[in-house]
Design a protein around this ligand. Structure first.
Ligand SMILES: Cc1ncc(COP(=O)(O)O)c(C=O)c1O
Length: 390
């Protein structure tokens, strides 16, 4: 993979997202003493012009200065990022969206946006000398971690709900990861890992280490660059742990500080399913934290069966600050959404992407999204791995 030479990160330190306490970047950190996510901070002086991007490779490492890897030799890459931003004029006009775009993350290595976060987390793990990584996963993140660990020569341990479609399990095994199937959901997988109390592995649970977020934020940088640095009006995102939503928002904050985009921010929308909607519940009731969702039902959108989001407060504060929304959709709606987009645009959405489309439609119908607004939907994964669910 082609990378740049002679570039240096502007990463300076980590900060607790709750207390503002500073953490030294030279140590390997997980989350803060307040039990909250740590955020990577950068020196964003405006002399750093976006013109530097010209001619750089078309992958997420083109934003190299705003990513936390110190030494380029530690970057573990399979070419992730710079997924297409596809215009959807057919279905757009059917449902009166004048400007409807899909950021199609199925184009990433391992077939999902999880490649971005895990490329970053594994690169940093490599930089810090980690030899074993462990992850609780709904499927996509496990496959991505296994692939990047394989490339880095790091041992991979994956804990996955037993109900996860087999393609996700076999993929991890092909990459050489050790996989344990757990009865229950992703929260039960996390519990199982905690219960094993092993100190020789590094837990890359989302937001429980600071760097998956840094990988996922590159979706925000790319959306802006692909829209010629115009900020869209609305971004609609399928929210499980919410890392992508938080990352995209962080990107827009950083880009404003860099002088790359205006102060305008997109209205952020979190989509969940009727099977498991802790964030929608909290948003509706005006809470700044989310209660754990009790007994989440089965959903074809495996990635959205997340009853507890470690970054709940961040997600809710972003929805509020951006004057956003939170919407839940049904299983039937997701199924219909897959067919609608496939038959009009020739694009196969993952169940999570179909949830996003149906959520956007609901908001358009209510006129919360106006006909002339620029709307970006995220399709976070590839339907192929989920076929067993249908
Ligand atoms: C395809 C897909 N979409 C969305 C999500 C939720 O992502 P996040 O944790 O960033 O909210 C997942 C998580 O597993 C996923 O696999």
């Amino acid at each position: 993979m082609e990378l740049m030479t002679m570039t240096k990160t502007k990463y300076t330190h980590l900060v607790c997202s709750k207390s503002g306490d500073i953490y030294d970047k030279k140590q390997l950190h997980t989350f803060s003493r307040q039990n909250k996510p740590l955020l990577a901070c950068y020196d964003t002086n405006k002399t750093f012009d976006r013109a530097i991007l010209k001619g750089r490779p078309h992958n997420m490492w083109r934003y190299r200065e705003m990513l936390p890897i110190e030494n380029e030799d530690n970057i573990v890459t399979l070419g992730e990022g710079m997924t297409p931003l596809i215009s959807m004029p057919n279905i757009g006009s059917n449902f009166s969206f004048a400007s409807l775009h899909l950021k199609d993350e199925a184009y990433n290595p391992t077939g999902s946006f999880k490649a971005r976060g895990l490329a970053m987390a594994v690169s940093k793990a490599q930089e810090m000398g980690v030899q074993k990584c462990v992850i609780p996963t709904a499927g996509n993140a496990g496959g991505a971690m296994s692939a990047y660990c394989a490339k880095a020569g790091i041992e991979a341990f994956v804990f996955m709900p037993r109900e996860t479609p087999k393609a996700f399990l076999r993929e991890c095994e092909f990459y050489g990861a050790k996989v344990e199937l757990v009865d229950g959901n992703i929260k039960d997988c996390a519990k199982r890992i905690a219960g094993m109390a092993r100190e020789d592995w590094f837990d890359v649970s989302t937001l429980k280490e600071p760097f998956r977020l840094e990988g996922k934020k590159t979706m925000g940088y790319e959306i802006a660059e692909q829209m010629s640095w115009e900020v869209p009006d609305v971004i609609v995102y399928p929210t499980g742990g919410g890392t992508g939503l938080i990352g995209i928002w962080k990107a827009f904050e950083e880009m404003e500080q860099l002088g790359w985009t205006s102060a305008k921010r997109p209205r952020m929308v979190a989509i969940q399913t009727e099977a498991c909607y802790p964030i929608v519940n909290a948003f509706r009731t005006g809470h700044n934290y989310a209660e754990p969702f009790i007994n989440p039902a089965f959903t074809v959108a495996n990635g959205l069966r997340v009853p507890v989001a470690f970054g709940d407060e961040l997600i809710l504060s972003i929805l509020k600050a951006s004057q956003g929304e939170a919407v839940a959709v049904t299983e039937k709606e997701m199924m219909k959404g897959i067919e609608e987009v496939a038959q009009t645009e020739g694009i196969l959405l993952s169940p999570e992407g179909a949830a996003v489309w149906q959520g956007a439609k609901k908001l358009r119908k209510k006129n919360w999204i106006k006909a002339n607004e620029k709307v970006v939907l995220l399709n976070t994964g590839s339907l192929y791995k989920y076929m067993e669910n249908f």
